[in-house]
Design a protein around this ligand. Structure first.
Ligand code: ZN
Length: 199
């Protein structure tokens, strides 16, 4: 399913409100909204913003529940290098990077493609990296009820890179651990596995 399919589903009234506000912003910063290159920009920007915040209308619990299967496998399942794009709630500028997620099943496994979708549901909102990490962690923990779950996110923040301190190469790392990952040996095994290059 193409993610752009969602564009057709945008609430026209909301899109139009957001469009007219972008139009004012462009005018306020000293641009000419009527010049050729900018004529459709408010509408495009409105649709982009609604796309990037569509997570408010999605239910991560339902996504996981729709693909849970009974299975005896009880070793660590790791999905690493999940691409992640979000918007910082302080500046509404992007932050982006990778999520690494692991869980230890407790009678149920989940379809592997659902974990990146859960990441998207929480990332496509106004976020801080710490809460994003926590939202993903708690959602998997409460829905799948595994023996343990671990989430590590490494991200670069445009609000730091383009403005303010301009630390262009800094990466922020956040992590959360539940259940068996609270034990140092299990946590270290996970951290070793996500930092090693398997390919
Ligand atoms: Zn920011």
């Amino acid at each position: 399913m193409s993610p752009y399919k969602n564009l057709e589903e945008y609430n026209l009234e909301i899109t139009d409100e957001v469009r007219s506000r972008y139009s004012s912003i462009i005018d306020e910063i000293g641009e000419d909204v009527s010049r050729e290159g900018l004529v459709k920009t408010p509408e495009r920007a409105a649709k982009a913003m609604l796309f990037l915040t569509q997570g408010y209308k999605q239910d991560a619990v339902e996504i996981l529940k729709g693909a849970m299967f009974k299975e005896d496998y009880d070793d660590m399942v790791i999905i690493k290098d999940i691409e992640l794009y979000s918007l910082c709630e302080h500046h509404m500028l992007p932050f982006f990077g990778k999520a690494h997620i692991a869980y230890i099943p407790n009678g149920h496994i989940v379809g592997l493609s659902k974990i990146p979708r859960v990441v998207d549901v929480f990332a496509r909102r106004l976020q801080v990296q710490e809460r994003l990490t926590h939202d993903i962690l708690e959602c998997i923990n409460e829905t799948l009820q595994p023996k343990g779950v671990a989430v590590v996110i490494e991200a670069s923040h445009m609000c730091m890179m383009m403005r303010g301190v301009q630390k262009q190469n800094s990466v922020t790392t956040t992590s959360g651990f539940r259940g068996q990952f609270e034990k140092i040996e299990t946590r270290n095994e996970f951290l070793k596995l996500i930092s090693s290059n398997l390919s």
